[in-house]
Design a protein around this ligand. Structure first.
Ligand SMILES: C[S@@+](CC[C@H](N)C(=O)[O-])C[C@H]1O[C@@H](n2cnc3c(N)ncnc32)[C@H](O)[C@@H]1O
Length: 203
């Protein structure tokens, strides 16, 4: 079953985080709309054990940490990236923005796992995961394989958020369809919000 536009967008965590830490909004790889959807999911489902795959600078990790803090949730949060250095700039450490934000928040329960794929870390992270964000390669088998690896560690009602399900429609990314294959092939209740309509001004 598809539920369209049912997730109430929650913009405040990203705004709160950016108002306290000196980073550009563009350092968060997700758009404002996408991170408001992600935070809307966290607000609705109030997870206790979260897993993020694909960290990059840690901008989205920072938004999620702010969201968990703003909602006053009692949580355990694990973020995993195969690369210890930022994939777009090897002078920076993966997750450096999350590290900055963590210093400013009370009661942080977050661990960054770098240098291996998720199967390496799962025995240590353990089961009971009730929220997953998948945002890794986008090329097959990519997120499909990540999902299969994680599945035995999920609770029955876990929420799995798949980023970039339409990225294969973008120029030069027509083979980046791991996220759309995963989203289409898994049987589950699916939530999806459409971007608000753009106002067209006649000229
Ligand atoms: C699109 S970026 C993630 C962006 C981040 N979620 C954000 O919104 O700021 C993709 C990241 O996935 C990582 N990656 C690629 N393959 C991976 C894998 N199999 N497991 C974990 N991380 C992976 C890359 O190193 C890169 O940092």
């Amino acid at each position: 079953m598809h539920s369209i536009n049912e997730i109430e967008l929650y913009h405040a965590p990203r705004e709160n985080m950016l108002s306290r830490v000196a980073i550009e909004s563009s350092a968060v790889e997700m758009t404002d709309f996408d991170s408001a959807f992600l935070c809307g999911l966290i607000k609705k489902f109030r997870p206790r054990k979260l897993l993020e795959l694909g960290v990059a600078s840690g901008g989205t990790t920072a938004v999620m940490l702010q969201c968990l803090s703003d909602l006053n949730l009692d949580y355990e949060f694990h973020s995993v990236d195969i690369s210890p250095v930022l994939y777009t700039n090897n002078q920076k450490r993966t997750g450096y923005i999350a590290d900055l934000v963590k210093e400013t928040l009370p009661h942080v329960n977050h661990k960054l796992h770098l240098g291996h794929g998720i199967p390496y870390f799962l025995p240590k992270i353990g089961g009971g995961i009730d929220f997953v964000l998948l945002d890794t390669t986008h090329f097959m088998p990519g997120e499909v394989l990540d999902f299969i690896a994680v599945l035995p560690y999920l609770t029955n009602n876990a929420v799995v958020c798949v980023h970039d399900i339409a990225i294969s429609q973008a120029p030069r990314l027509h083979t980046a369809h791991a996220c759309s294959i995963l989203f289409s092939s898994v049987t589950a209740r699916k939530f999806m919000n459409y971007l608000p309509p753009v106002e067209v001004i006649p000229i």
